[in-house]
Ligand binder design. Structure first.
Ligand SMILES: [Zn+2]
Length: 427
């Protein structure tokens, strides 16, 4: 049986992955947990998401499906943040005999939920069409993610990464976390690039330890289950109450839709789109840097590097009108939030300066309106100004925001195979 769960947390606490870790321990008495549990991140533009828009799925081989269903429901009712207006849990159960019949539509639903905006209505329709056992609470929004997570479990063809999550003792949930920073840096140094986003070295931030009041102590992301486990073993901290390794679509760019034209871009979806920089990037109040991207369709879209992307904004600020780029990111309020940028080609720009004296090698002075230039020292004359190529201090290639500003779904360059991945600032 596959169990999908979503939306049990709130900004004030809990985490659906924690509920999953607890269930994995408790359900053991009813059967064998098959496969690693799954953690899926859904469309990052959804405004009613609680924090990371995550849903989970667990697969269990059991002779007591009724008991499992009862246990899961009672656990959700006791742990979910039901009092929060924004918490609307949902749970789905897919029985063994329904796998092959339900798989094609659940897989499609999963992919659609990562890229598009799905309605509660569409989730309910699919549940009744497939005759699945389901339970939604309050507005029942969690049914969407719960269905998607079961689809992810039934689909073995998507790119995945892994996350090791360590959880805190309940008595400490709302208190500051105790994690030895040096040991986190050591773990990162040893395991990178097989683990990533543990530390943001440019901004000197420990990324893997959250600040929210939930049960997570830290999360280590990496390319396989073994690596994330051994990376976690190197971290010294307060007592780890329990832990779980999830297979996940984090760091895969699964949310991105390739479009050939800016004309095809819609709000609340995420894209890879190519175009030309149409103005000099400018910075608005709050430190967000913006430029307009255009293409041959005649359409434009504002692209933004927000303040939390720190140094990445200097890269964006050095773009010039006419540069050809490919941007990767989510569109909200007609603005694309840049996650990555590929600089395809840079325009050559010139500036005019007074010519240099061929005798003294000093820059000449103007000799007056329409009088050309003259060297002060040796009086040599010149009649035209010098045209100099501006040093762009940039090179074509693909660049990303720092780990501390990365969206869960965004694929880090460390996972790219192409050899034009660049560091900015370069070192
Ligand atoms: Zn001279």
């Amino acid at each position: 049986m596959i169990i999908g769960i979503d939306d049990t947390d709130s900004r004030q606490g809990m985490c659906t992955t924690y509920l999953g870790a607890v269930l994995i321990e408790e359900l053991n008495v009813y059967g064998d947990i098959k496969e690693l549990p799954i953690l899926v991140r859904l469309n990052p533009t959804i405004p009613y998401k609680t924090r990371g828009n995550a849903a989970i799925a667990i697969q269990i081989d059991t002779k007591y499906p009724g008991r499992v269903i009862e246990q899961v429901i009672s656990k959700i009712e006791s742990l979910a943040e039901m009092q929060s207006e924004k918490t609307n849990p949902g749970v789905i159960f897919v029985q063994d005999e329904d796998y092959s019949r339900a798989a094609p539509e659940l897989k499609r639903f999963f992919h659609n939920t990562v890229q598009h905006v799905m309605t509660i209505e569409s989730a309910k329709n699919l549940i009744s069409k497939l005759g699945l056992t389901a339970k939604g609470y309050k507005r029942e929004r969690g049914l969407i993610g719960a269905l998607a997570a079961t689809g992810a479990m039934l689909d073995d063809k998507w790119d995945c990464t892994y996350e090791y999550l360590a959880y805190r003792k309940k008595s400490l949930w709302r208190l500051p976390r105790t994690v030895d920073e040096k040991s986190v840096y050591r773990s990162d140094l040893t395991c990178y690039p097989n683990t990533w986003d543990t530390i943001d070295r440019t901004n000197k931030v420990v990324v893997c330890v959250p600040k929210s009041p939930d049960p997570v102590l830290y999360g280590i992301r990496g390319k396989d289950a073994g690596t994330v486990k051994s990376a976690a073993e190197m971290i010294e901290s307060e007592t780890v109450d329990r832990s779980a390794v999830y297979r996940t679509n984090q760091g895969t760019d699964m949310h991105l839709i390739n479009v050939f034209s800016i004309k095809d871009i819609e709000d609340m979806q995420s894209y890879v789109v190519k175009g030309t920089v149409k103005n000099t990037p400018y910075t608005i109040e709050g430190g967000h840097t913006i430029f307009s991207l255009g293409d041959s369709s005649g359409y434009y879209i504002d692209c933004a590097a927000y303040e939390p992307t720190k140094n990445f904004r200097y890269l964006i600020r050095s773009l010039m009108t006419g540069d050809n780029v490919t941007v990767y990111g989510s569109v909200k309020n007609q603005t694309l939030n840049i996650e990555k940028i590929r600089i395809n080609s840079l325009v050559t720009k010139y500036e005019t300066k007074n010519p240099v004296c061929p005798v003294c090698n000093k820059r000449m002075k103007s000799a007056g309106i329409n009088q050309g230039f003259r060297c002060r020292k040796c009086k040599t004359k010149a009649y035209s100004s010098a045209k100099l190529e501006i040093d762009r201090e940039l090179e074509p290639g693909i660049y990303e925001v720092p780990p501390s500003a990365r969206r869960h779904l965004a694929k880090p360059l460390v996972r790219f195979e192409s050899n034009d991945c660049k560091l900015f600032p370069s070192r």
